[in-house]
Design a protein around this ligand. Structure first.
Ligand SMILES: Nc1nc2c(c(=O)[nH]1)N[C@H]1C(S)=C(S)[C@@H](COP(=O)(O)O)O[C@H]1N2
Ligand SMILES: [Mo]
Length: 441
């Protein structure tokens, strides 16, 4: 008896849901909401998201993940294996700076756009029953992936570029990479189901008409079955164009604040929210940004003192002192460091030995792959890196000993560090102690 009563009251409560709080249609009063606004926000997202996704994939390829080791943080790619084995070019020298810059700047711009879209469609989330057909259920599940996915991507990215150390570099890579596929899978399904609705929504009112309407001219959209349009609209406090300007304006502010760190130097003052945007004080030859200091990497003075030797391994194995390296032909390359976190230095003038001459010296002028190892014993991802033949062969690729006319500072990788054009910052190993050339990839 009591059981029955309980289930009856539960049933009643469930039946009552549509009459409660946000589930009630008259709970929502904004006169701006409707299919047009929702469709407009979708259009913005459909322009920005693919660019962020593609530049993200490009940044992944830039690591040369097929070389393995710490270059590949995301093994078991299955169907996505086609991404492996693409030879990342070394020119133009600013290529990675550009793709990573776009990825992060537009990725940040997504935050206001996503929040704006969420606001625009909020009433439709409070639908009861949650789904009334299998197709509808599928749509709502895909929405869960889309919304959850986009916030996951934005927040993992934000945490990373802000240097909040709640996960390691390696973990970030895995989360952000696999997360992107979950998100894009959900999005593909969502777009498939909703695309025609978006087109219809936009066609109902020409965009420039709607954007040029004043607040007074702003009227609710006609009733529709999607529950976006308020049944009890308040008078407008802002026009649709005004609301869109606030959302878009927020995106532009975030972009403006982020771009300073990619442009570097003269513009870095703009990047007030970026922890490593500002160059260290001073304008000496080594006063450009540092990712990890020697102290943090636990590099001791003895390790880099006169006893330091470079182990050069190929057909032969040699130990070279810094003097030996300085006695080889010295070349100068003007190259930036472009970090995964989105910051970049301007071009620095690096001096040192060409990688390809080191390959020759090791008896392997045609080496297909090279491994750089650092004295640093901490994080794997930072202390080892692989590069492939085109990177070894580029005449600008150096084992740098000096920068801007002075010896490398300890923080920039003294006694020797790698610098290769268009390569993600973190592949340019500092405090190198061993270089191994290999026949095969
Ligand atoms: N051994 C070692 N090399 C390293 C790093 C590191 O942490 N350890 N950081 C890398 C990263 S992420 C970047 S962006 C560049 C930064 O070089 P810089 O500190 O000289 O500007 O060095 C790379 N080389
Ligand atoms: Mo980096």
């Amino acid at each position: 008896m009591a059981e029955n009563k309980k289930s009856d009251s539960l049933k009643k409560e469930l039946e009552d849901i549509p009459t409660k709080g946000p589930f009630r249609r008259d709970y929502w009063h904004s006169p701006l909401r409707g299919p047009w606004l929702a469709s407009f926000m979708s259009l913005m997202l459909l322009i920005v998201i693919p660019i962020v996704f593609i530049t993200g994939l490009i940044d992944h390829i830039a690591w040369n993940p097929d070389l393995g080791g710490t270059n590949n943080r995301t093994p078991d790619m299955g169907l996505l294996g086609f991404l492996l084995g693409i030879e990342w070019p070394t020119r133009p020298i600013w290529l990675y700076r550009l793709t990573e810059g776009i990825h992060i700047v537009l990725g940040l711009a997504l935050l206001p756009l996503v929040l704006g879209k969420l606001w625009a469609i909020m009433p439709s989330l409070y639908k009861w029953p949650l789904a009334d057909s299998p197709a509808h259920a599928l749509e709502r599940i895909s929405l869960l992936f889309v919304k959850g996915g986009v916030f996951f991507q934005i927040f993992t990215g934000l945490i990373y570029i802000q240097n909040f150390i709640i996960f390691s570099n390696a973990t970030f890579n895995e989360l952000h990479f696999y997360g992107s596929w979950m998100f894009m899978g959900g999005l593909a399904l969502h777009v498939l189901v909703k695309f025609s609705e978006m087109v219809k929504g936009l066609k109902a009112r020409p965009i420039d008409d709607e954007l040029s309407k004043s607040r007074q001219e702003t009227e609710p959209e006609p009733e529709e079955k999607g529950r976006l349009v308020s049944t009890d609209p308040d008078p407008p406090t802002i026009s649709r164009g005004g609301a869109i300007a606030i959302i878009g304006g927020s995106s532009f502010v975030l972009m403006a604040l982020a771009i300073g760190q990619t442009l570097g130097e003269r513009w870095s003052w703009l990047a007030i929210l970026s922890p490593r945007a500002q160059a260290p004080p001073g304008n000496g030859p080594n006063d450009f940004r540092i990712n990890k200091t020697a102290k943090k990497a636990n590099i001791t003075p003895e390790q880099v003192g006169p006893g330091w030797r470079l182990e050069l391994i190929g057909k032969t194995s040699q130990r070279l002192s810094r003097e030996d390296l300085l006695a080889m032909p010295q070349y100068t390359s003007s190259l930036p460091i472009a970090c995964l976190e989105g910051w970049s230095t301007g071009n620095q003038s690096w001096q040192g030995v060409r990688l390809r001459e080191l390959a020759e010296r090791a008896g392997m002028p045609q080496a297909a792959k090279v491994l750089f190892e650092s004295l640093e014993t901490g994080e794997e991802i930072a202390n080892k890196s692989f590069m492939r033949q085109n990177q070894i062969q580029d005449p600008l690729s150096l084992l740098a000993l000096r920068v801007n006319g002075a010896d490398l500072s300890l923080d920039h990788g003294y006694p020797a560090r790698v610098i290769v054009p268009a390569t993600p910052g973190n592949r340019n190993t500092k405090w190198v102690y061993r270089i191994t050339f290999m026949e095969e990839v």
